[in-house]
Design a protein around this ligand. Structure first.
Ligand code: SF4
Length: 328
């Protein structure tokens, strides 16, 4: 179902006279690695495929490319997010979707005349189809814009500006995509978000699940409040590096009488943190979704910078719950 745009890939390698190419693929596209490497080789370059996890364009493999002497990075599945010293081509891997379950969507739109639409880059074509369908059915349709995204209506795991920017104009949202981004979308607004999930082939809402996430986040903040020693994590991925925020977090913790040590990480995992026995809690200034989605896997609280502000009484919990989870 993915459009891998092999002609574009081959053409870019030839046009740029690349000699060595690094291909980065999200998990769902790694099964095409050999096929895409063949395209690069056919175009006359050496192909190297990164096996590291690739969750977003925040993880653009600039450092690896430099170490390997690569002169072109091909990054699949995301849109540009960071500056790159090495020429980079983004291939979005859009999906050809047949929109099903539209009757179930209409059933859920009772009392909702003004509808906001959002999706991930793969389904932007489906978003346009859905807009036409809803307008023909008499709905007023709105599409917003994010801070870190390229297209109207597009979201990524840490930017739901496409919803927030039109929050006051709509009665509800329809989000085309899966559970992970659907949870982020519902966290970003107090309006109902109807998820049209092309992977599970059904329509659902995630308010129950988001309530559980909120309860866990509140419990983590309370637990962290009792901690004296903090590890403050600064991310090493190009689009997750936020040293100034990490330094601010450390200063705030010290001003509150706590001890804080900066820790650097490419990937934040329970195993990576397990050895730091002195830390009673961690502040994560890298990818916020690790804290929001994976907290159950961590044995000690792993709060975001904005949750730290709540913990210290500098931000209202209600402000976070009104959709303020993402951003500084
Ligand atoms: S920081 Fe996290 S949520 Fe944002 S793009 Fe990167 S992996 Fe996705």
């Amino acid at each position: 179902m993915f459009r891998l745009e092999e002609d574009l890939l081959e053409g870019e390698v030839v046009r740029r006279r690349a000699r060595r190419v690094l291909i980065q693929l999200p998990e769902g596209l790694k099964r095409f690695a050999f096929r895409l490497a063949s395209v690069v080789e056919r175009a006359g370059a050496e192909a190297i495929v990164s096996i590291d996890p690739c969750f977003g364009a925040c993880g653009l493999a600039v450092d690896e490319a430099e170490v390997l002497g690569v002169d072109l990075i091909i990054h699949y599945g995301h849109t540009p997010l960071v500056q790159s010293k090495i020429p980079t081509v983004y291939i979005e891997a859009r999906m050809d979707l047949e929109l099903k379950s539209l009757d179930s969507v209409l059933e859920r739109l009772e009392g909702c005349r003004r509808v906001g639409l959002a999706t991930i880059v793969q389904h932007l074509d489906a978003l346009r189809l859905l807009r036409g369908f809803l307008q023909d059915a008499g709905f007023e349709v709105f599409i917003g814009r994010g801070r870190r995204t390229l297209y109207p209506g597009q979201v990524i795991g840490c930017d739901y500006g496409a919803l927030r920017s039109i929050d006051d104009k709509v009665d509800c949202f329809i989000f085309i995509g899966g559970r992970f981004h659907g949870i982020g979308a519902q966290l970003s607004t107090s309006k109902p978000v109807i998820v049209l999930d092309p992977y599970e082939g059904r329509v659902y809402d995630l308010r129950g699940e988001v309530d559980r996430v909120l309860r866990r986040r509140w419990a983590s903040i309370l637990q962290a409040r009792g901690a004296g020693n903090f590890g403050v994590i600064v991310g090493l991925m190009p689009g997750q590096r936020n040293l100034s925020v990490a330094l601010r977090a450390k200063k705030l913790l010290e001003e509150s009488g706590r001890r804080a040590v900066l820790l650097s990480a490419r990937y934040i995992t329970p195993e990576a943190l397990a050895g730091f026995r002195e830390a009673e809690a961690f502040v994560n200034t890298a990818c916020p979704r690790v804290s929001l989605d994976d907290s159950i896997r961590f044995e000690r609280p792993l709060i975001t910078y904005r949750e730290l502000l709540v913990m210290l009484g500098l931000l209202e919990w209600e402000e976070l719950c009104r959709g303020g989870w993402f951003g500084e």
